[in-house]
Design a binder for this molecule. Sequence first.
Ligand SMILES: [Zn+2]
Length: 434
Amino acid sequence: MKRKRAFNLILFFLILFCSILPPLFPQTYADTDIISVEKTSQVIKKLQEMDLDLLMEWKGRIYIVLHHERDDPSKLEQSQIAYRVETSNFYPFNQKDISIQSGVNGDYHTYQELERDLVALEENYPHLVRLHDIGKSLEGRNIYALKISDNVSLDENEAEVLFIGCHHAREWISVEVPYLLGKYLVENYGSNPRVRDLVDHSQIWIVPLLNPDGLEYSVYFYRYWRKNRRYNGPGSYGVDINRNYDYMWGFDNEGSSPDTFSEVYRGPAPFSEPETQAIHDLFLQRKFQALISYHNYSQVILYPWGYTTEPSPKDALLSEMARNMSQLIRSESGRIYEFGAAGSQLYLTNGDTTDWALGIYDTPAFTIELPPIDELQGGFFNAEEDISTIFQENLPAALYLIEWSIQNYASEIPSPEKEADHKEKTTQTRTFKN
Ligand SMILES: [Zn+2]
């Protein structure tokens, strides 16, 4: 009962707070609370049946967004799950931690800001950069890919490597890291022999913002938005585009969901979404040696499989590469990124980018979950001051992946056609979404 009163009190202040905020932070937060529950195997089991919007795990607790229009907190009480209301620990209360001096989202890019900066990059470095439009979002925004190479307008016989950002709208830092990688490569090409060597001997593709509609929605309307903006029918929006790829798509309802309201809704069919279709089409035209897909919070490097806890045929190689990247990050900043196969390290996922890239194209593919900042207080969303640190610590790992791709280019050319030979099923228990 006490808890309920505290809950209502917080809700009251939340509404009050939202009503005095500038209009760009609308009242939608009033429909939402952040709660945390202790992470035990019993709780996990009960949560599996509830299809809640899981934010993260932190210090032995699981953080969940409660959407009041569809999640009833009394369900948790009925299941005897004790929860703590954490809303006040999170943005928008902690304005100072996610300061907004340079626009609604601070130094983070909106779609338009990114578009402007990508165009500028091409204008300033025309001999190294081509800006490609590889698809259109549902709301008509361009999905941009930067190609960086010497002789950039030619298709050369060189290794190709891909970096993708922002499958998930609320993971703003995942736009910045690949964008800054592109900027770094071209700005240092003239002065840094290693960068020059990498750029000269590879074709680097960067898609910093795969989910532009989702990002805009997250910036202007609802900070916690995750999916794209597909209209699924009354009251339901969004497909989780990192569950929409066609390898083990819909393998089970644990690694993705058939429920349109779910945060991990996989869409009506594989590649039903223009965002995943853009990556699909890019793969048809290029031959990628390796890729990194950036996400955030967890501070971990993941590789396939995600759909099962069984090791992939490339497990030893992927593990070695992930270990190397983890060590490079650690020697840069001291921060430890754990690494492992996604399905056994974090939680099951099916239809994600990396399983598809490995399963269909045999391409070593990694998900890097970028860090949260050290403290929960306002730190769930990285402050703009942390963008540069997080980029800097990830830079050596990205350069390593390019270098690895160059070194392994001649020895192995992936074969684009091997679709149907993976259909065996295994059963698994474990759930979580990110
Ligand atoms: Zn993500």
